[in-house]
Design a protein around this ligand. Structure first.
Ligand code: ADP
Ligand code: ZN
Ligand code: ZN
Length: 724
């Protein structure tokens, strides 16, 4: 009797054998319900065998194979297996984590009625044969010729649709929301854009990784659109990854607008389970031309995929921080290589890993050095030396003056400060005491809610009332210290009583749709001054914005995280890019105590290449990535000693292997944020000169680590970690 090898969501890196009487090769990639211990579990059939190594008496039979859904294609299984192997995550847990949540439930999935119907080729051929007297049918035909018909709008046509479906004249399709605006004609490409498009289209077929390095406003999206158009015209699929889809609905609108006839789906974690499932199903059925999505979309099954685009490829949100800790950008490159298709990585500030790959010739670099609109210049960046022009309530005199000018001229300003809440800390003026979080090694942040203050921990979420007297010295003189978005908003309201101020941070943008509403208010010029955290830096076009002020950026220069300056530079380039997008020139004022810092100098010159060269030199000297490859073994326990002791044992268990593979194991250390929610966290850094060495070491080492006793300790491995 055939045996199926099943992946289950369990923390063991192995497959489980079950008997399945009627299983065949076409069942590979199907969901299955199996008995596991005392319970039933959902699994995925990954392999088929004629016999098991287990004795027949120990083998159980599958309960049911789900044949309602098409099987996952071999390419998808290969991709998922690669991810499990590379990121050292158990295969079963990996595979199941990549399925839409609805497919992880035991309840059998019923095929939902399609959201919409579209004409098939057979249907189109049949249209002339419809009798002129069949009025309803003629109207239906006319309607379908304009594009897919959502079932919700089918009304009296429903019964016809059912008949036509049976006849093969229509097929299930994704419901397409009406285009937000009449499709506007595409702009004439600039010479740089045209050269870029031509370079990719005329390259020999097959794998090629392209780094599209274009300044903010250079029109990278237009390049993506042209490349995608070529694929869609040939009946192929394209996949576009974006950092945060709910923040960039204009990307989706632009795509729908350009390709009104294409079957586009957008995928992100904010979708309801039913929507996710329907989108997944449409992909499995091949009823999709274009997928737009956040990092999880890199694992969409697509059997005609011929182009991948990763927009803002440097963005940290492409890295998943729990479970399967994958980088969607890196997985995308692997997928493109395996499929032998082109991939385009776009950014104004590429990740240094990507930049170096381009310099070594592994990726081909394409440059868009100028803005697409002829009139739109890159903004002038000026540094305000806060040692001379001391800020009061966060604002220097120069910045205040610049804000007043903009208000007088009816132009918009944006103040960027990467701190939400009212003030970073509550501070005792008597003894210097700062209110800590009792559960974390961090200070609590002062927030204002209604007329009251409260303290919140940004790491564990704990909320408490601010103390009225200092618990250390009894002083009553407790003050907010430093600036957050709320306090800045208050200061601005004080200083510019007539100004309309809008704050955008995680607290105000949390509700669904809130962000889009804010964007509209800005575009409708109902706002004079915007105050925001890095949420506002990503890809938004604010045409009336002419001033960007940057506060509190220096903090990143002092961070012990070696990637902090890279992130800061990217954020500042992005936020500077918000200014002067249309005809009016923009100005960026950065308040800093280190105006001679090379990072700010490079920012003034809009010179990413210079910044990259400087930073790469430092990285090379320190043997940091991209000149080395890292993995981080993390452990968390109730006591820090236990976490360190576990990592010490892990290190001992790996020493011989490390020598053999040319890998360095560092000493375990407490994490930068050592305590979160009463759990102590420590980490052990593994570093190697090459990816191959690191990978060769990790597999056998983790097998040994898995054998170590843990009790209540939890550990995890992060390959190519971004956060320390
Ligand atoms: P990026 O993503 O590179 O920052 P965008 O793709 O957002 O830039 O484009 C910036 C602006 O330039 C957009 O408003 C876009 O519509 C416009 N644009 C792009 N290409 C052209 C072009 N060839 N001619 C005129 N406008 C263009
Ligand atoms: Zn005190
Ligand atoms: Zn806390």
């Amino acid at each position: 009797m055939p045996v199926v090898r099943v992946a289950l969501d369990v923390p063991l890196p192995k497959l489980f054998d079950y008997l399945a009487e009627d299983a065949g090769r076409t069942d590979i990639g199907r969901r299955v319900i199996v008995p596991f211990g005392q319970r039933r579990q959902i699994g995925l059939i990954v392999e088929l065998a004629q016999a098991s190594e287990l004795p027949a008496t120990q083998l159980k039979s599958v309960i049911a194979i789900d044949r309602d859904l098409p099987a996952l294609p071999a390419e998808w299984l290969k991709l998922a297996r690669f991810a499990a192997g590379y990121y050292q995550h158990p295969l079963g847990a990996t595979l199941l984590s990549l399925l839409p949540p609805a497919l992880k439930r035991l309840k059998p999935t019923r095929a939902e009625p399609p959201a919409a119907y579209a004409l098939t080729a057979a249907g189109t051929a049949h249209l002339p044969d419809i009798s002129p007297r069949a009025k309803a049918q003629r109207q239906l035909a006319e309607r379908l010729q304009q594009g897919p018909l959502p079932l919700s709008e089918a009304g009296a046509w429903r019964s016809h649709l059912r008949l036509w479906h049976r006849a093969g004249w229509v097929e299930a399709a994704e419901a397409m929301p009406a285009s937000p605006a009449p499709a506007s004609p595409p702009p004439q490409l600039t010479p740089d854009q045209a050269a870029t498009v031509a370079a990719v289209l005329e390259a020999p077929a097959g794998f090629g990784a392209w780094l599209l390095h274009g300044v903010t406003g250079s029109g990278k999206t237009e390049v993506y659109l042209k490349l995608i158009e070529a694929q869609l015209a040939a009946g192929r699929q394209a996949l576009v990854l974006v950092p945060e889809i709910h923040l960039t609905p204009q990307t989706e609108a632009a795509f729908r607008n350009r390709f009104p006839g294409a079957r586009l789906i957008s995928l992100h974690s904010g979708l309801a389970d039913g929507e996710r499932l329907r989108a997944w199903r449409a992909c499995l059925d091949g009823r999709v031309d274009l997928v737009l999505g956040t990092r999880l979309a890199v694992f969409t099954p697509m059997d005609r995929l011929r182009l991948i685009v990763v927009d803002e490829e440097h963005d940290g949100s492409y890295k998943q921080q729990e479970g399967l800790r994958y980088s969607a950008r890196d997985v995308a490159v692997w997928r493109a290589r395996t499929l032998d298709i082109p991939i385009v990585l776009g950014s104004a500030t590429p990740a240094l890993e990507t930049w170096r790959n381009a310099e070594r010739g592994r990726y081909r670099k394409l440059e868009l050095p100028e803005r697409a609109h002829a009139e739109a210049e890159l903004p002038a960046v000026k540094l305000i030396d806060t040692r001379a022009d001391r800020p009061r309530q966060g604002l220097s005199a120069s910045l205040t003056r610049a804000l007043r000018d903009r208000l007088a001229r009816g132009e918009q300003s944006l103040l960027f400060i990467n701190r939400r809440g009212y003030a970073p800390t509550l501070y005792c003026n008597g003894c210097g005491y700062v209110v800590p979080c009792p559960r974390c090694s961090a200070h609590q942040v002062l927030h204002r809610k209604g007329g009251k203050f409260e303290l919140r921990c940004h790491h564990c979420g704990l909320m408490s009332r601010p103390p009225e007297v200092c618990p250390d010295c009894g002083s009553l003189d407790l003050r907010p210290a430093g600036q957050g978005t709320q306090r800045l908003e208050e200061t601005l309201a004080d200083q510019f009583p007539g100004a309309r101020i809008l704050r955008i941070d995680r607290d105000t943008a949390a509700r669904r749709g809130a962000f889009a509403a804010m964007r509209e208010a800005v575009n409708a010029r109902e706002v004079d001054i915007l105050v925001g955290t890095q949420i506002v830096t990503k890809g938004h076009d604010f045409p009336h914005l002419t001033l960007v002020g940057v506060l509190g950026a220096d903090q990143a220069l002092l961070s012990p995280d070696f990637r902090a300056t890279e992130r800061l530079f990217a954020q500042l380039m992005q936020v500077a890019g918000r200014a002067g997008r249309a005809a009016r020139p923009g100005e960026v004022l950065v308040q800093t105590g280190y105006p001679e810092h090379p990072l700010y100098r490079a920012l003034q010159a809009h010179d990413f290449a210079r910044f990259a060269a400087q930073t790469l030199k430092e990285r090379r000297e320190a043997e940091f990535p991209p000149y080395s490859h890292q993995a981080l073994l993390r452990a968390e326990a109730e006591r820090i000693d236990d976490a360190i002791a576990f990592l010490d044992k892990a290190k001992q268990a790996g020493l011989a292997l490390a020598r053999e593979h040319g890998v360095t194991l560092f000493d375990p250390t407490p994490a930068l944020l050592a305590r979160v929610a009463r759990r102590e966290r420590a980490q052990l850094l593994v570093q190697a000169g090459s990816r191959q060495h690191l990978q060769g070491f990790l597999g056998p080492w983790l097998e040994a680590v898995r054998g170590l006793p843990t009790r209540t300790l939890k550990w995890s491995i992060d390959v190519d970690p971004l956060d320390f």
